[in-house]
Write a protein that binds this ligand. Structure first.
Ligand code: GDP
Length: 369
């Protein structure tokens, strides 16, 4: 089976969706697909190293006749059976004019939000009525499609993590390098510093712990100075690392005793966490996690070593963090096993391939029936 992937989000552009598609597609048979995506700085070098054919279009891909003609031409050239479109809306608006079976990709808010709003919900439903199916990047997104497409038209392929990059490392060394006082317990928070990610809850929770703790906050964002003030007011030892390079991010995970990620819903659920990749990264480094319940976060947490917390109360967070700290020095390398079993990209690429085969066969069944 050959296909054309049409997407606005592909490396070298940085971001969650770009990373997900890049990791999966670099593991697929390079003769089995062509990518159509937007041009950007660094694309030429990336494409040369990538191995498969990437066709770059200037500016964002829009659902125009010109794009449809381009995709049709490429599909003919490689004798494709299928077109994969990401995002489903609005790009899926071109699908009807392709004359080929197509599958959409759904990641999270880009679909769940317009699906809840009028009039976009109607447009998305009518676009999807012509699709063979949807690849959902996680169970949470798959559930959001309940009643929109039939259950057997969904293939779920959750996000993953690079297991070579995020791994158990030299913990003592990392602690010596990064911590003010390596004798303390290290609670780590990693994320953009915006209210939904909940760094303020970790600060308040750490202030309630009855043991010597050092809190490290990795990431940057509009809440940073308010969070720094809050940590000062609470009198805790907190190190705001800002945005750090990848090596340092990995070392921070490797040094930590627990990663706390109190992501939570905002605006009555209109804003929620799609998945919680930070939890996967932490666990791949052997660190147990305490994670807030929001959107798809439950899928990212190892039920054996991690904890989900539905409350935003600092007391509940302090208890959950304390419980992990009491059991996790040194950290539970088992947390990594969960990620290896369910979220390694080799496995996810196989699932992607099998998912597309299955969804494409729905078209063949329909066509022959
Ligand atoms: P989003 O920010 O809402 O898109 O959250 P995601 O969970 O999709 O992406 C967060 C990603 O950004 C994770 O892979 C984090 O490790 C990464 N990240 C956050 N802060 C930093 C940082 O300071 N440095 C690096 N290298 N990565 C970071």
């Amino acid at each position: 089976m050959r296909h054309v992937l049409v997407t606005n989000d592909f490396p070298p552009k940085i971001g969650g969706i770009q990373h997900y598609l890049g990791e999966i597609y670099r593991r697929l048979d390079p003769t089995s697909f062509v990518v159509v995506t937007r041009d950007e700085a660094g694309a030429e070098a990336f494409d040369r190293a990538f191995g498969a054919r990437v066709v770059r279009v200037r500016g964002p891909l829009l659902p125009t006749r010109a794009l449809a003609a381009r995709v049709r031409g490429l599909a003919r050239e490689i004798d494709a059976d299928l077109v994969v479109i990401d995002p489903i809306w609005p790009l899926g608006e071109v699908a009807a004019s392709l004359g080929l079976g197509w599958v959409g990709v759904a990641h999270g808010a880009e679909l769940t939000l317009p699906l809840r709003l009028w009039p976009t919900a109607g447009r998305i439903r009518s676009v999807l009525a012509g699709a063979l199916g949807v690849v959902a990047a996680g169970g949470f997104v798959a559930r959001a499609l309940d009643g929109v497409v039939p259950a057997d038209a969904i293939a779920t392929v959750p996000p993953g993590v690079d297991l070579e990059r995020f791994c158990v490392g030299d913990r003592e060394r990392a602690r010596k390098d990064l911590m003010v006082d390596p004798e303390r317990s290290l609670v780590l928070f990693v994320s953009r510093l915006v209210p939904r990610k909940g760094a303020h809850i970790v600060i308040d929770a750490v202030a309630q712990l009855h043991r010597p703790v050092e809190l490290h906050v990795v990431g940057d964002g509009r809440s940073r100075s308010a969070l720094e003030q809050r940590a000062r007011r609470r009198g805790i030892l907190a190190v705001f690392e800002g945005r750090v390079a990848l090596d340092r991010l990995v070392a921070s995970y490797q040094a930590a005793d627990v990663v706390a990620f109190p992501a939570h819903d905002r605006w009555f659920g209109l804003e929620e966490e799609g998945f919680g990749i930070v939890a996967l990264e932490a666990q791949a480094c052997g660190v147990p996690v305490v994670v807030g319940v929001s959107g798809g976060t439950a899928e990212a947490v190892d039920p054996a070593s991690g904890r989900l917390v539905a409350s935003r109360r600092p007391r509940a967070w302090a208890e959950a963090i304390e419980e992990r700290l009491a059991h996790t020095s040194p950290p539970v390398a088992d947390a990594r096993g969960f990620v290896e079993r369910h979220h390694g990209y080799d496995r996810l690429a196989d699932e992607w391939h099998a998912g597309l085969e299955r969804l494409a066969s729905r078209g063949r069944t329909a066509g022959s029936g």
